[in-house]
Write a protein that binds this ligand. Sequence first.
Ligand SMILES: C[S@@+](CC[C@H](N)C(=O)[O-])C[C@H]1O[C@@H](n2cnc3c(N)ncnc32)[C@H](O)[C@@H]1O
Length: 236
Amino acid sequence: MTIMSELVKISKTQFENVYQCEFNDGTTRLCTKNLAPGFSVYGERLFKVEGIEYREWNAFRSKLGGAILKGLKQNPIVKGTKVLYLGAASGTTPSHISDIVELEGKVYGVEFSPRVVREFLLVAQHRPNLFPILADARFPQYYRTLVEDVDVLYVDIAQPDETDIAIYNARFFLKENGYMLLAIKARSIDVTKEPTEIYEMEVNKLKEANFDVLQVVQLDPYDKDHAMVLSKYKGK
Ligand SMILES: C[S@@+](CC[C@H](N)C(=O)[O-])C[C@H]1O[C@@H](n2cnc3c(N)ncnc32)[C@H](O)[C@@H]1O
């Protein structure tokens, strides 16, 4: 475990269970309380304050972290939230969500690459609220018996038809008035169009599928040509 000696101050942010850490070199970082003390997931720094261990949350490695720093107005993920996460990869962002929802919440992480899921399983070993599922998000019927209805659907699969896949999963699992966080990678959808044009196209798909779009946060410089769309599901 790496203990940081130069941490000078830790303070709450407007978001539950998300903190701001200040270091003596003048830098600030987001951080979360480590639900799995002693374990770093992606090489992030760990440090203890008054007996509680925190983890640095690198916004260059996590689009939710980037969205928070770029002005996300509301984070629907709080203590106790049940989340279905599509595109969990090796668990970087899911691990911070696992910290935020604490043991009262659950994070079901769907990932279709077996190699990556093996790493995700190691992360989940120390986190009882994290449930890895090896499956293709295009076919929610294969994991419908493993996942309950959720408060939040988080989607980060960088596929050209990602928004359609997200909407399809929402119909299976997202509670009425539940929230969706959709990370859009403009270049996966159409390299010939301006990113803002693509965000608008995807937002229109959400509106047609009965979502209220609450905010579109552009993630540059943390993720170039990406946006995070926060929306609320009005039901089937
Ligand atoms: C950009 S990465 C996700 C990073 C991760 N969300 C994080 O912040 O830690 C996208 C992931 O989605 C996965 N993926 C892409 N298409 C998928 C699909 N149809 N079903 C499940 N996973 C998929 C890829 O294998 C990849 O690991």
